[in-house]
Design a protein around this ligand. Structure first.
Ligand code: HEM
Length: 219
């Protein structure tokens, strides 16, 4: 993981006065660590998402699971494409090429004989209008690998699924998960310090959780 953070994007970031970057200096007295803030200020959304996902249900049926993977693909695919478009350098800085989730979801879909091309994709993505918001979004995406470690164990017990047979997405980095989360956490903290714009980072995470919750909500 590179220690220096490359914040310069192909498209110049918005000017400080357009609301996309913080215009006010950070107040150190009330400043809490960005990681703590993210966890606390998205906790209710994380709980809502957990409640919505039946992945720990002992009665989980394989067709319900397949539909869920299809839904995840419909969110991650356009989201990761947008991330690549709006923040290619930031993604390179956190070695996102080795973190992409869409290929894992494609692999799972293929195990079930599902063709990604036939599935619908989310149109209500988070706006990701600035680098801090992109960073908040990356926090949500990378954080989901932690839950994946719990979920993949249940998928193996209840459905007999492994990385090779339909649980590649939730297995994620497997035994390397804690190490990779720590590495991402370091990147997040360093980049947040450089951007000095915690409010927008948190708002990017909140919007990402919102968009995902809406996408998974029954229609
Ligand atoms: C039933 C589904 C899920 C379960 C059971 C679950 C469970 C967990 C667990 C056990 C952790 C680790 C908490 C810790 O070590 O302190 C975690 C962290 C996290 N999860 Fe989930 N998760 C689920 C779904 C998701 C999804 C779908 C997302 C996002 C797309 C997500 C985002 C996060 C984030 C961002 C964190 C990091 C929290 C932090 O800042 O430490 N989770 N989750």
């Amino acid at each position: 993981m590179p220690t220096s953070v490359d914040l310069e994007e192909t498209t110049p970031p918005p000017a400080p006065d357009d609301g996309s970057f913080c215009a006010t200096p950070r107040n150190n007295e009330v400043h809490r660590s960005i990681r703590l803030r993210l966890r606390m200020e998205t906790a209710s959304q994380h709980s809502a998402l957990e409640a919505r996902l039946p992945v720990l249900d002992p009665d989980l049926a394989v067709d319900v699971y397949q539909n869920l993977i299809a839904r995840f693909w419909g969110f991650y695919r356009p989201l990761e494409q947008r991330l690549l478009t709006v923040a290619p350098r930031l993604l390179r800085s956190c070695e996102y090429a080795s973190r992409f989730k869409t290929p894992l979801l494609v692999r799972d879909l293929e195990c079930f004989g599902r063709l990604p091309g036939t599935l619908s994709q989310c149109r209500g993505l988070p706006e990701l209008a600035s680098l801090p918001k992109v960073l908040g979004c990356l926090y949500v995406i990378e954080g989901s690998t932690l839950g994946g470690q719990v979920i993949s164990r249940y998928l193996k017990i209840y459905l007999g699924l492994t990385r090779e047979s339909g649980a590649a997405f939730f297995t994620g980095y497997g035994a390397s998960s804690a190490r990779r989360w720590r590495a991402f956490g370091g990147f997040l903290t360093d980049t947040a310090d450089a951007l000095d714009c915690d409010e927008l980072i948190v708002s990017g995470a909140v919007q990402t959780f919102d968009a995902f919750n809406n996408w998974l909500a029954p229609t």
